[in-house]
Design a protein around this ligand. Sequence first.
Ligand SMILES: Nc1ncnc2c1ncn2[C@@H]1O[C@H](COP(=O)(O)OP(=O)(O)OP(=O)(O)O)[C@@H](O)[C@H]1O
Length: 295
Amino acid sequence: MEKIQIICNPNAGRQIIQKNVPKLVELLKDGKKSVDLTYTKGKFHAEDLGYESCSKGYDLIITVGGDGTINEVVNGMMKSHTKSKLAIYPAGSVNDFGNYLKIPKNIEDFSKIIMKNNSMKVDVGASDQRYFLNVAAAGLLPEVAHKVSSEAKTVLGKFAYYIEGIKEFSKIMFKPINIKLYNDGCEEEKEILFFILANSPSVGGFKYVAPEAKVNDGHLDLLIVEHGDFKDVASIFVKAFTGSHAKHPALKYLQVQKFTIHSDEAIDLDLDGELAGRLPASFRVENQALDILIP
Ligand SMILES: Nc1ncnc2c1ncn2[C@@H]1O[C@H](COP(=O)(O)OP(=O)(O)OP(=O)(O)O)[C@@H](O)[C@H]1O
């Protein structure tokens, strides 16, 4: 009998997709599967559930939520020695990894993915303290994202990022961060606006932020936006809609396995859209460390 644990964040996104979950349980119970459903109660609960589910020998863990819920479950799974497979049912305000994998929101179509049990091994990013599945970032962009109230995000979905972003931009735009970068044995000191370290191409609702990124290549794609003027940043944003920004002169684009960043200022670190401490931080990639169901 295959054992499935569904970990559902009832508060993620607009709380609409979650209404499908009892039906998902029914669709999956076919006599050969046992399905348990647990709703998360608050911060880090999904992480504990992810850890426990692996320890208890569940074959598959399905997350229902956004990138924050996935991040917690992945942290729990990575910290456990026994590995279950992961499936993502996107129900958050931003679902970058689920969108990248083209996971359907229709419940019947999603249940077919579980029945077929097709999987691929994907890389997982690691910082000093925590794992991330999709992105680590610090600087201007994450600061904007964290200033968006969760009420605004519930009503407006990902557009809230951009609306709130415009307001915040005028206040904090172009405040550069002095950083020291260590990559591949080289040390460099520079002023940047922000960096993004991406596993998949899709970040913050933009499909092609890291157009060269592959989730199973043993590398993370590092984008550093250097301190430039408004024209530069605006043109990077516009080009990012289509993925044609990678060669912009104000942008440094590298593929890395390890990367360390220091700053003298207290700069917040964002992992998969959640606040996760402050710089300095070191990052590495764990190659194909997680088995994930795909369409
Ligand atoms: N029952 C709960 N009530 C409130 N928050 C919860 C609950 N369960 C989990 N959380 C927290 O919700 C946060 C956001 O989750 P997630 O990113 O999956 O959804 P989202 O709606 O896309 O997020 P955000 O509110 O950041 O836009 C996570 O940090 C998680 O710890």
